[in-house]
Design a binder for this molecule. Structure first.
Ligand code: GLA
Length: 498
């Protein structure tokens, strides 16, 4: 063999064997090891003249130092904490170059800060109190969740919002016309919690309802939209989930009620993400964005189980997937379908949502659930107790490669190109001419599925393949990829090149 031919073969082999962006090579928590890696989101929206806050999610060994070139006027970076903050007056699209440096190297990443009328240019990521804790939420729980998110590295993979769900309020509105905070749960008020989160570059979400009472029967916002939105803004709230219990059934009334709160939020001095939660009963994918919404529930509440054909109550991951699948054309930057929050790692511990109270789903099923939500460009709001979770759960929630698919700047929701009896094939176009393809085994049997250029339009034999969960390059597609799936497994690949 000629020397050059030998080297080419070796290079190809090396490319195939090299892990790509792999955080967990040996099963250990490597988020805080190695050279820096700046993780998504790479595009951030904010309204003009409102507070901007962004922690640069970065994995790698600490200490770390950050640099930001070409920040728009009004913003500054704290190079030790990695938090960019300030206020920008002029609308526009600003390309900023970020650099993260540690003892072992540096990473450079261009991001876009778009000051204008859109928020949530990629699906929001964070945590919500409901799925595990239900009514049992307190100030110290929220603050401990924030500490956990910093300590376990989730913040460095892009998780940013910590959302207080139902039951932070008392039942009756105060004589002064304001919602009364339940002081037994939040003795120092909501602003105190918001400040604590903001100091760490995290953001606070809150919850209310478009009727007199919420789903849990405490104070809702109808008739007081302006007062409540202003209170939320004064407290430093960054996101509102607006529920629909106790409100009229018709679509028109829902549009009116959601419009009122949408306008009230936009009239505050903060960039507040607006989550429309009427459970997909009035086709919100057709109107929620116009009323100021940034994501909207497409289904009823999730339960901690794979399929409610087997066990209920609450919808299973499979039923929700089937309901959300046909809605891809409605999702995009600034407005996302929301197939409800993640149940990864709840493992039967929920105090609120139904499910299999013994153990919830298997780790494989939770991983597949995460893959599907990432493919469907869904908001990634986990709800497990992240203060105390298994290594498998942490690995599922913090796999950089699968999150990068969710956060891709093109903002496409995957479409299902094949729905067979026991398996699905999903396709999500990505930026840079890449494409993510997921193969899901719905059954409890081993399954072989073939991916080739005949079954998937747009794929060519020359495409390079990466296995997302294994973190490996697999070489060229050639005459097809034979995918071996364990029961309930979802394998995800990235195909690049023509
Ligand atoms: C509804 C919502 C849930 C949760 C509860 C709180 O059921 O869909 O996500 O917010 O209310 O009571």
């Amino acid at each position: 063999m000629k020397k050059t031919a030998f080297y080419s073969v070796m290079l190809v082999l090396l490319g195939i064997l090299m892990p790509f962006n792999l955080i967990y090579a040996d099963g250990s928590n490597k988020i805080f090891e190695g050279a820096p890696c700046i993780n998504p989101p790479y595009i951030i929206g904010n309204y003009p003249e409102t507070t901007f806050l962004f922690y640069i999610p970065t994995s790698g060994e600490r200490p770390m130092a950050w640099k930001a070139d070409d920040l728009p006027k009004g913003l500054s970076l704290n190079s030790e904490t990695g938090i960019i903050s300030g206020k920008v007056t002029d609308a526009g699209e600003y390309t900023v170059t970020l650099t993260a440096t540690n003892r072992l190297g540096k990473d450079k990443q261009q991001i876009i800060i778009r000051i204008g009328e859109e928020l949530a240019l990629t699906p929001p990521m964070g945590w919500n109190s409901w799925n595990t804790f239900g009514r049992h939420l307190t100030e110290s729980l929220i603050m401990e969740i924030a500490d956990a998110m910093v300590k376990n590295g989730m913040r460095d993979l892009g998780y940013a919002y910590i959302n207080i769900d139902d039951f932070w309020q008392l039942k009756e509105r105060g004589a002064d016309g304001h919602i009364q905070i339940n002081k037994e749960k939040f003795p120092n008020g909501i602003k105190y919690v918001a400040d604590y989160l903001h100091e760490r570059g995290l953001k606070l979400g809150i919850y209310s309802d478009a009727a007199e009472y919420t789903c849990g029967g405490v104070c809702g916002s109808i008739g007081y939209e302006d007062v409540d939105a202003k209170d939320f803004a004064d407290w430093g709230v960054d996101l509102l989930k607006y529920d629909y219990c106790g409100a009229p059934f018709g679509q028109q009334e829902a549009i009116e009620r959601y419009t009122k709160m949408g306008k009230a939020l936009r009239a505050t001095n903060r960039s507040i993400i607006y989550s429309v939660c009427e459970w997909g009963q009035r086709e919100p994918w057709k109107w929620a964005k116009q009323v100021g919404g940034h994501y909207w529930r497409t289904t009823g509440d999730i339960g901690d189980h794979w399929s409610n054909k087997v066990i209920g109550p609450g919808l299973g991951v499979m039923e929700i997937t089937d309901m959300n699948a046909p809605l891809s054309e409605y999702a995009g930057p600034g407005g996302w379908n929301d197939p409800d929050m993640l149940i990864v790692g709840i493992s039967g511990t929920s105090m609120s949502i139904g499910g299999n109270n013994k153990s919830g789903c298997s780790d494989e099923q939770y991983r597949s659930h995460m893959s599907l939500w990432c493919m469907m460009a869904s908001p990634l709001l986990c709800g497990n107790d992240i203060r105390n979770m298994s290594r498998e759960t942490l690995e599922t929630l913090t796999n950089r490669n699968i999150i990068a698919i969710n956060q891709d700047v093109l903002g496409k929701q995957a479409t299902r190109s094949i729905r067979a009896d026991y398996f699905d094939i999903w396709v999500k176009p990505l930026s840079n001419n890449e494409m993510a393809i997921a193969c899901l085994n719905r059954s409890d049997k081993l399954l072989d599925v073939l991916i080739d250029s005949k079954t998937i339009p747009g794929l060519t034999a020359n495409a390079d393949i990466k296995d997302v969960w294994a973190g490996r390059n697999l070489g060229k597609l050639s005459d097809g990829l034979n995918v071996k799936l364990e029961p309930y497994q979802c394998k995800v690949y990235i195909f690049s090149g023509k």
